[in-house]
Design a binder for this molecule. Structure first.
Ligand SMILES: Cc1cc2nc3c(=O)[nH]c(=O)nc-3n(C[C@H](O)[C@H](O)[C@H](O)COP(=O)(O)OP(=O)(O)OC[C@H]3O[C@@H](n4cnc5c(N)ncnc54)[C@H](O)[C@@H]3O)c2cc1C
Length: 596
């Protein structure tokens, strides 16, 4: 079975040393989020993750959720409910929610760290509380006062959970195709009718009520994505004064049998004239849902990070213990029958790839988390706008890259186990299976790439990119004469220049041929992700060197940064070359010739 020990040293390094969150939080008005409190929260969450959630990870995989066709009830795996009750009692569901509705108002940057640990401990379980955050955000931003009063308190307290109901059989990526209808009932409520599929936590036994946020069309709705409205539809009806009534006409019709996250309930939800309330303006539901999706996208990126971290921990332990073959330069442990596989350069390649992508990825994700806080609470409007621009630009990178790297790292970690990685009892194949979903839900990697290239770069004229390039330039200038960092500063500056030039070139070509965008998007996403990580690695070395941390820790950062710059960053060369080839290699071949 795979184990999980939260990487607290690196989490604290990222938060306190590199991102210096204590002073950021105090400028943003989070007076209670001092270092002592943050560390205490991290310690407490570690206990919960290691002691309660991680031991349920395999049980959830083996048992999965159970569905009773006769009643539509879904039963979660053994131990999931008790763990959820403990989670609720500890106040974890409201950790970064507004105090006005019973939350603790901790910064989102801390929420992201906790999510990383919870996801790593038990991804399937983590999906039950995950979508409540999104529902809280959507209602908080777009709901009427009474809706906030009635729905936010139980969602934040965790006594109810939330869902996000977008997908239908004929409509996944393209939400303009959705058919679910909302008919006015004449009493300020709507009758919602339609079938939603793949709904995470659509039905379960963890709470009495479930608050579905549902996209549907009003009778006079225009065609396409402009005609979609958002509704709140509780499983058990709730009146405007908060009185809980009878069962609503919404029911789980089936649960999906999946490749991974077996303990997470993925439900077909049938709405049969269910009573719902409009959230926000008619026909503006997609915008409201985007509030929810953006939070969830960062959250799914962090799922990739969590799984990669756990996979690395286990692969490293195994590589130290497993004795096979001798080092190429001669025996390292002559008294033993063989050397540990850790001495083999190829095994170190896989392990270091995991270490470089997870520790660099952690900074990418936590920084994005801190931007959520700055975008909402920075003192002046330009600072809030700048944070928002950068957050918008980084969100598809966090979601797209961290989930793909999560798949890469869980695969490397499984490979380190050899054939034993393929055998269920080690738990490595579960991590690889569980990681696979992260590149699909909340918008596939292809859709993240299009969001980055199309919306965040072309439509918004690269506002977020400019902020990030400014950060890189500021860092490079600050350390321009620092001989110890020269090996990183030069290549980083060069890559930042290439990033800017590449962006300009794509934008220019796209004005002549729109297919350029789709053809370049995937490689542009990864080019961007790798340069962003180069910045975080260079900065990690600078910060570690200047700190009072141990020499081993400092060397760990420096050597991993060297590995990153020499063995991972060059992937950008391939991405740039692919982008330069344009759409022709993809589009010239006729559809018929694809199977000729
Ligand atoms: C386990 C699980 C849990 C889920 N949870 C939820 C949930 O809670 N709520 C919810 O509403 N949905 C949920 N989903 C649905 C999920 O978000 C969708 O599956 C996903 O968005 C993709 O939609 P699709 O499956 O219809 O694929 P499609 O949209 O049919 O896409 C198929 C392929 O075509 C590509 N593609 C499509 N359009 C474009 C384009 N314009 N440009 C480039 N490529 C394109 C996609 O990238 C993909 O590779 C869940 C799915 C799963 C499997």
């Amino acid at each position: 079975m795979s184990t999980y020990h939260a990487p607290l040293t690196d989490i604290r390094f990222a938060l306190h040393d590199v991102l210096q969150v204590e002073s950021l939080f105090s400028t943003l008005g989070f007076d209670d989020a001092n270092r002592e409190t943050v560390d205490a929260v991290l310690d407490e969450c570690t206990r919960l993750c290691e002691g309660v959630l991680a031991p349920l990870n395999r049980i959830g995989d083996v048992q999965g959720v159970r569905f009773d066709k006769a009643t539509g009830a879904v039963t979660t795996p053994d131990g999931f409910k008790a763990a959820y009750d403990q989670f609720v009692e500890g106040g974890w569901t409201g950790i970064s929610a507004p105090t006005e509705f019973g939350g603790m108002n901790m910064p989102h940057a801390i929420g992201i760290c906790l999510e990383e640990m919870i996801d790593a401990a038990n991804l399937a379980w983590s999906n039950f509380p995950l979508l409540s955050h999104g529902a809280v955000n959507a209602l908080h931003h777009h709901g009427e006062a009474w809706q906030k009063e009635v729905f936010l308190k139980p969602l934040i307290a965790g006594t109810w959970t939330g869902t996000m109901c977008l997908t239908e059989p004929q409509c996944g990526t393209d939400l303009g195709l959705l058919k679910t209808r909302a008919e006015p009932a004449g009493d300020e409520t709507y009758a919602i009718t339609g079938t939603k599929i793949f709904i995470t936590a659509g039905e379960h036994d963890l709470t009495d009520n479930i608050v579905h946020l549902v996209l549907a069309r009003l009778p006079d709705a225009p065609e396409g994505s402009r005609g979609i409205s958002l509704f709140v539809v509780p499983k058990i009806r709730v009146a405007r004064d908060g009185t809980v009534g009878e069962r609503n006409a919404v029911r789980c019709g089936a649960v999906e049998h999946k490749m991974g996250i077996h303990g997470s309930a993925t439900c077909v939800m049938n709405f049969d004239g269910a009573q719902g309330y409009l959230v926000g303006q008619p026909h503006k539901g997609l915008m409201a849902m985007f509030t929810m999706m953006n939070t969830a996208r960062l959250g799914v990126g962090v799922q990739g990070l969590g799984l990669a971290t756990r996979a690395y921990e286990n692969a490293l332990r195994y590589a130290r213990e497993r004795l096979q073959s001798r080092a190429l330069s001669g025996p390292k442990l002559p008294s033993k029958p063989a050397d540990p596989i850790l001495v083999q350069p190829d095994v170190r390649r896989m392990l270091l790839t995991c270490k470089a992508l997870t520790e660099g990825g952690r900074l990418l994700a936590y920084h994005a988390g801190s931007l959520v806080d700055s975008a909402a609470h920075a003192g002046d409007a330009p600072a809030r706008q700048e944070a928002d621009d950068l957050l918008g630009f980084l969100t598809p990178i966090v979601k797209g890259c961290l989930t793909e790297w999560g798949n890469e790292c869980t695969s490397h970690a499984l490979q380190c186990f050899g054939g034993h990685g393929y055998i269920a009892e080690h738990g490595m194949e579960q991590l690889a299976r569980d990681a696979r979903i992260t590149t699909l839900y909340e918008g596939t990697t292809g859709i993240q790439a299009l969001d980055l290239m199309g919306r965040k770069t072309l439509q918004l004229k690269g506002a977020g990119l400019r902020v990030f390039l400014g950060m890189i330039e500021g860092f490079c200038t600050e350390h321009a004469t620092d001989a110890a960092l020269a090996e990183f500063i030069g290549p980083l500056r060069e890559k930042a220049g290439e990033w800017q030039a590449l962006t300009r070139a794509i934008v220019e070509r796209a004005s002549a041929d729109p297919e350029e965008i789709g053809a370049a998007a995937h490689d542009y996403l990864f080019f961007s992700g790798y340069v962003a990580l180069a910045y975080w690695w260079a900065r990690s070395v600078a910060v570690a060197d200047a700190s009072s941390r141990s020499e081993t820790f400092k060397a760990g950062k420096r050597e991993t940064a060297r590995f990153y710059f020499s063995r991972i960053l060059p992937r950008t060369l391939t991405h740039a070359a692919v982008i330069a080839s344009g759409p022709a290699p993809l589009l010239s071949i006729t559809d018929e010739a694809l199977d000729s």
